[in-house]
Design a protein around this ligand. Sequence first.
Ligand code: GDP
Length: 471
Amino acid sequence: ELSDKLKKPVTEVIRELIFVGVMAGINQEIDFETAEKLCKKFDVQAIEKEEEEGAVEEDTDLEEDINGVKRSPIITVMGHVDHGKTSLLDAIKQTDVTSTEAGGITQHIGAYTVKVNNETLTFLDTPGHEAFTAMRARGAKITDIVILVVAADDGIMPQTVEAINHCKAAEVPMIIAINKMDKVGANPDRVKQELTEHGLVAEDWGGDVICVPVSAHTREGLEQLLEMVVLSSEMMELKADPDRNAKGTVVEARLDKGRGPVATLLVQNGTLKVGDSIYVGTTYGRIRAMFNDKGEKIKEAGPSMPAEILGLSDVPSSGERFVVAKDEKTARARADKKAESIRQEKFQKSHKVSLEDLYSQIQEGKVKELDLIVKADVQGSVEAIIQSLEKLSTNTVKVRVIHGAVGAISETDITLASASNALIIGFNVRPTVNASAMAEKEEVEIKTYRIIYDALEDIKSAMVGLLDPEY
Ligand code: GDP
C-alpha cells in the first residue's frame, strides 16, 4: 500500500525499511513513525490520518463536557490519623437505604455511591491524601470535593495541614467535617480558630469555608454534611456526556485467582458497557463482566459511576486512565504504543523542574511559578523560610511554597512534589531512605541546606541563570 502511494517498487521500499532497522515483509503493517521516516527518505511528507471519531482519543482529557448533562460529584475523605475518616466513610455508607433494603452489603471495590434526596454522591473508599496525591502524580484528577475530617477534641494536626496543602495544590474545594462532637472536650470553635491559621475561614466566621459538626458514632450532623456536599456540587455545575464512549480512571486493581485481573474503574465521561474494548496504560481488554458497588451484575456504568470490571489482559495501576477504543485490536495497538513510548521516554530527559535548568525553563516560558516544598527541623524555621522564599518572586516567576512542615523529607512529600512539579528544600533535615529512592525514581530534586541564606542565594541565582553547575 505504501509503495503504491509512494509510486516506488516494493523491493525498494523494503530495502529502505531495512536501513531504518525494520525487517518487514510485504504484507506487514508498520506504524506511523516508521512510515514517516521512510517517506522522508523519498522526500515525501507523511501525514497521520485522524482515526474515526470517538474511536481513539489519544489524550484522555477529562475536562468538563459543556454539552453534557449533570453528573454526580466524586468525593474523597481526608484528615489526620484517628480523626475518624474510616468511621465517617462507614457511617455514610449506611445512610444508603437502597443497600440496606435489598439486604445487600456494600462490597469493597474502592468506591461507592450513596443517594441523598435523589442525588447520587460517589465516594472514593481510600481515605487520605497519600492515595489522592499518588493518583494526581499519575495525572489523574478525579476528586471534585474533599471532606476534611478534623476531630473536635484534637484540632488541626500535622496530617490535617498536609491534607489542606495537598488539596490546595490540586485546587480541590474542601468541606470541613468537625468530627467526634459526641466526645467531652469537643471544641469546634478551637478547630475553626486553627483553620484560620491556614487561610480557611468558616462561614459563620465571615469566610467561605463550610464547616459541619458531626459524629460518626451518633450520626449527628451526617445528613447536613451530605446536604452541604450536594449543595456545593450543584454550584460546581459538574457535567458529562453519557452518550460518548467512556473514559475515566482506575481506582483499584488486583489479580483474582479465579477471575484474573479485576479493576475498579471510575467512569468520568461517557458510558462504559459490557463488551467495550478498552486500553489502560499498557494493558487492554474487552469487558467480560461488570459489577456495581453492591456486588450486582450491571451492563453499563454512566458518568461518576464506579464499576468493577473483568477482562483486562493485565493488572493496571490505580490512577491510570482508561479509554474505550473502537475494537480490541485498536485497544491492543494503543496499549502497545504506550509501552513503546514508555521505553522511549526512559531515554529522554525528563521535564521535571530542577534548579540547574530553571533559568532556561523560565526563558522558554515553561515555568511561570516555582513551586517549593519546605521541610525543616523546627517550626520557627519553616515559617521564616517560607516568608523569605516567597519574597524572591519576580514579575516573571512567582515563588510559591505549596507545603511547609517540620520533619524529615518523606515519601508523601516526594509524591506531592512529583504531582505538582515542585522542588523540595530541606533545612537541617534529610530525606528518609525510602524517600531518597523514590525521589530518584520520580526525578524530584531535593536540596538540603544548613543556612537559610544559602538556599535563598541558590534560588535567586537559579532564577537569573547564574547558578554554577554542580560537579
Ligand atoms: P481514621 O484513622 O481517620 O480512619 O480514624 P478511624 O475512623 O479509624 O477512627 C479512629 C478512632 O476514633 C476509632 O477508635 C473510632 O471509633 C473513633 N471515632 C471515630 N469517629 C468518632 C466519633 O464521631 N465519636 C467518637 N467518640 N469516636 C469516634
